[in-house]
Design a protein around this ligand. Structure first.
Ligand code: SAM
Ligand code: SF4
Ligand code: SF4
Length: 355
């Protein structure tokens, strides 16, 4: 057994205050986006991260390497819209050289996927998740502010043709908006051999149109689906995955991510790095740890690893659980952060930290 495998076999990931390992890293490669989903970026204009602050691919790969040394083994590229970052396959090739990374995945809105899927695959990308909230072109336009539904479908088709395994479709379910499409989305996913995951609407970052009554709970989704399909079985072995997976009688599977009503913080091994190198220990965290400063300032690898070790060692974040607690006192009425505060610090936006 060489050192790397020994390290993994012994599970030497660093641990936070609640004994949660450092494992999964979401790397936002840009905060720009070509859609304006109402639950994420309802405004047309934003305060963008200064270009000079955005990490180069070499800097990103170096930084990810330090995280891998301390336990990270899965990296998900996200954004903003990650496919807007020019020549993303080059970053994937750099990351592929790190043998400690067992999975490189991508979350995308799919608009630019048809033209890029082949080069992403050739570069070594393992898995793709496409966000798809509706199968109705008009609704898509109303939700995203752009007329790009047909291109998203072409992107999904390209992923299938090229042969990426385990294609996932992520749907944010919003009561009164797309909750009439639960069955249709399952049927569509089944028809293309993909798996749909229904995400509860979260009161995070730029979701300043969020209200509790727009949240369709995972429990209600299951109730509605079982009225249509009959008994639904939970698939055991969720581990640290955010989605609970289910199976219909005919074997079709789907997932539910009930982050708002049933948070899963106790098992959470995820953290996030923004395109300008701020490290956030939780989706709801309002403060991050600056990694760009030390990286560009010539800190030695051990010093950077020490920042990560110390940061994770102090991690107490259970953001979604804390938000849920507010329901008891009736204080969970609107989104986490008001628009003024978001304008002051774009890092607080969902589109900066990658969902
Ligand atoms: N632009 C890419 C995309 O849409 O797939 C990647 C970044 S996006 C911020 C990542 C994920 O966050 C998407 O699946 C999106 O649906 C989800 N998301 C954004 N705002 C959300 C909210 N308020 N509640 C739940 N999920 C949200
Ligand atoms: Fe929509 Fe993703 Fe863009 Fe947010 S970052 S507006 S979820 S496409
Ligand atoms: Fe993890 Fe924070 Fe999400 Fe809880 S709210 S699951 S701690 S990222």
């Amino acid at each position: 057994m060489d050192d790397l495998f020994l390290h993994r076999a012994l599970d030497e990931s660093i641990r936070d205050v609640y004994d949660r390992p450092l494992r999964s890293l979401r790397l936002s490669v840009t905060d720009r986006c070509n859609l304006r989903c109402r639950y994420c970026m309802p405004e047309e204009e934003y305060v963008w991260l200064p270009r000079k602050d955005v990490l180069s691919f070499e800097e990103m790969a170096t930084l990810v390497g330090y995280f891998v040394d301390l336990g990270v083994d899965k990296v998900r590229l996200t954004g903003g819209e990650p496919l807007l970052r020019r020549d993303l396959p080059r970053l994937i090739r750099l990351l592929s050289q790190n043998r400690g990374i067992v999975e490189i995945a991508l979350t995308t809105n799919g608009v630019l996927l048809a033209e890029q899927a082949k080069s992403l695959y050739d570069a070594g990308l393992h898995r793709v998740t496409v966000s798809l909230d509706t199968l109705k072109p008009d609704r898509f336009r109303r939700l995203t502010g752009r007329d790009e539904f047909a291109r998203v479908l072409k992107g999904i088709e390209a992923v299938r043709t090229i042969g990426f395994p385990d294609l996932k479709l992520d749907t944010v379910m919003i009561r009164g908006f797309n909750d009439d499409e639960l069955v249709r989305l399952i049927e569509f996913a089944r028809s293309i051999d993909a798996e749909v995951r229904f995400i509860e609407y979260m009161d995070v970052g730029g979701a300043n149109e969020w209200t509790m009554d727009k949240v369709l709970s995972g429990a209600e989704m299951l109730e509605r689906l079982s009225r249509h399909y009959g008994p639904i079985a939970a698939i055991p072995g969720r581990g640290a995955a955010p989605a609970q997976r289910y199976q219909l009688a005919d074997g079709t599977t789907f997932g539910v991510i009930p982050s708002t009503t049933t948070p899963f913080c106790a098992q959470c091994d995820r953290s996030r790095v923004t395109a300008d190198g701020m490290w956030y220990l939780c989706l709801y965290a309002t403060d991050g740890i600056d990694m760009r400063g030390p990286l560009r300032g010539g800190a030695k690898p051990d010093q950077i690893r020490e920042i990560i070790r110390a940061g994770w060692g102090l991690r107490r974040d259970r953001g979604a659980e804390a938000r849920k607690e507010l329901e008891r006192t009736g204080a969970r009425e609107s989104g986490l952060i008001g628009i003024e505060r978001l304008r002051e610090d774009p890092h607080l936006e969902m589109h900066a930290r990658g969902g």
